[in-house]
Each structure stands twice: as C-alpha cells, then as structure tokens.
Design a protein around this ligand. Sequence first.
Ligand code: CA
Ligand code: CA
Length: 416
Amino acid sequence: MSLAMNRKQACSTTLPGGMSAAIAALVACAAPSTPLFAQSYCEYEVIAVHVPNQPNTAIYLLDIANTGWAGGRTSDLPGKPVTVSPAGQVSLLASPPGGGEVNCITDGGRVVGNTYHGAYTPVEWINGVPVPFLAEFPISNGYANAANDLGMTAGFVDGFPLLIAGACLWQDGAAVPLYETVGGIAYGMDDIGRIGGWDQNPETLGFQGYVWHNGDFQWLPVLRNFTQSVVRGMSSNGIVCGTSALDDLATGNATMWINGVAIDCGRPAGYRRSRAFAVNALGQVVGECEPLGGSSLPYFQFLWQDGHMVPIFSLQTSPFAGSLTYAGGINDRGEICGEGVDANGKGCGIILRPIRNRSGDVTIDCAVDMRDIAALFEFWGKEYIYDGGPGDLDGDRVVGPRDLAMVLGDWDTEGR
Ligand SMILES: [Ca+2]
Ligand SMILES: [Ca+2]
C-alpha cells in the first residue's frame, strides 16, 4: 500500500466501522503539532472469534503470544478463561464457578491468569487444570499477569507476605515480593526475566513505573510535564509501556520506556488521555485514546509506531469484517488482539493480522528503508522457537545474512 493511498484512506469518508468521517478526518489529519501518521503502515486483516454455541457472548482477548495463541475471558458473568488457537478456535478452560481469565500466554505455551472463587487466585493452567501459585499461604487475592519460558511468573498478591499487598514473582516454587515500598503491581515480563510494573514512590507519593531485574529495582523516569506513571506492559525484549499522568489521573499520555528512557507517544487534539496497553519487541504500541469530557469525539484504539499514532480502524481491510473496541495485546509478529464487534455488530474477540506485502520489511510498516536495516541489526543473531520473529524474514528462525539479503533485495528505491 502506498503512502498516498494510506493517507487517502485514513482521511476519506468511507472508513470501515461506521465512524464519522469528520471525526476520523480530525483524528487522522488535524493537529499538525501532533503527527498522527507515519509515512507508511501495513493494512490489517480482521479475524472475529466467537465462543462456540454462545452467539451473544463476546471475548476479551488480553494477550497474544508470538505463536499466534491468544488468551482472555468471556464477556458473560462470570467470565470464563479462554484460549484461542492461531486458527481462531476458541477453547474454554477449567475454572471454579466464579470463572477466571487468562492474562498471559508464553511462546512455550504457558498459560497464566487468575480464577475467582470468593477471592481472586493467581493460577497457571497445567494440562487444562488451574493450579494456584502459593497454595500453601492464605492469599486473600492475587493475580498472575505475566510469565516467561524460564518458569517465572509475576503479578500481585494481597495477604502475603506479612499481610502486605504488593507485586510478586513466583519462581521455583517460591514467592518473591517485588515491591520497593508497600504495594505495587507487576504487569509485564520479558524473556530474560525483567519485570515491569508500578508502585507508589515514597518520595513523591505518586504512582511510578519500575523495572525489576534479579533483585535490582529501578524507578522509570516520569515523562516531562507529568507527575506520575503506571506501567501496563513489557515486550519480550524489555520495552515497557504505560501511561504518564497528571495528579488528577484523568489527563495522560501513552508512554514507552526503552532502556530506561521515557518516550512520549502523544495524544491527539481534543483528547484528554491516551493510554498504552501493550508493546512488542519492535516498539509497536497499542492502546486507547479517550476524548475530553463533553466532547463528541470517539474513543479509539491506536497503533503507535516510529513516533506516530494512528487509529487502528483506519488500517483495517475492507469489506468490514469487524472492529476492535479494546486492544489488549500485540505480539512480535505485529498481531493485535482484543475485544470488538463482528460484521453483524455482535460482540466477539478480535485478532488483527498485518498483511505483510514486502519481503524485506522488518519493522512491519510495509515499507523497506533504513529503519529495517537498523531493526535487523538489533535482532541480529537471534534464534526463535516460532515462525516470523523480528528480523527473520526468510523463516529459518534465525536472524542473519539471508535476512539482510532480503532487505537489500527489496529496497525502496524511492526512499522516504
Ligand atoms: Ca519497514
Ligand atoms: Ca532468517
């Protein structure tokens, strides 16, 4: 898809999803001080997934692994934990009568989350059965939010240890408190065991994001012009995402942290808050923009990449196959998962798959340029246990000279 077509589509009056043309045009084209469009984006195929035999039940998909497996919960009450296969097959997992939810699926197939039975219990589904973490302690509440294939799991407990609530790591059968102060929560984890979350900073008393690694606790810097921050996700290579906020907590900007440096994802004119929910290894962020109170502007889910924010609905292929109303996750192949509506307006789970039309495109923006060279060298030498990892263009699960040859062989002669 060319740049010209991309802009034209984004600013046209025939956007899918029934969004108002004027609103879409405002979001996409106005506010030159807030550049909303990178020079290129891929289009996305929409896959709507349903609970078998339950046409009126939607699915909140909260995470998608690099293998294409996704997890979440059903929208009925109580919500049931579900997984979705790469082919779109929905499976309900075992849970107590109070239900539960899958918060994380790893590339190696670990499934973690929480169940509810009078209290929230952090669990891992092993052979389809929810096995509680820390069953030997009287946890009053807990969530498992993130996991990796080193056997680490992170989340939150209320009641352990010493009746203190706070972020927690489960590893090798033990529970390690992660808080610097009292409280906090862990939301994301990368492949080497770095954990991202947020806590109350005892000096400022405001919420602040942190990264924990092997016992080393580091506060993430608060974005300039803001007073606090929360963290909602971490990519497989340690990129953190979340929201920087003012004291009112209602005004904020989606924020990404790379190597401890805060990057402002911005928010469009007329919006009081943008929030980031997930980030992948390529630095693609998904989240939501919330309009100012009393505004007729719509909420929308965004994809942020390379300094630019774009409404996800403007990237979807036509004919209309469904639309995302909440973006829960994005994997390293650029696949986005969440909740939405199908072509008939019924609630469902949504998976968006980028249509990769360039053989040399590492960055999943459907253009081939210097950014792809830079990204390729960032992932140089990496080996994957799944297909389509960042930089592995030829599909041999290793990033190396053959992939570089594919970038050069597909080089954009027009440049950017
Ligand atoms: Ca590219
Ligand atoms: Ca390769």
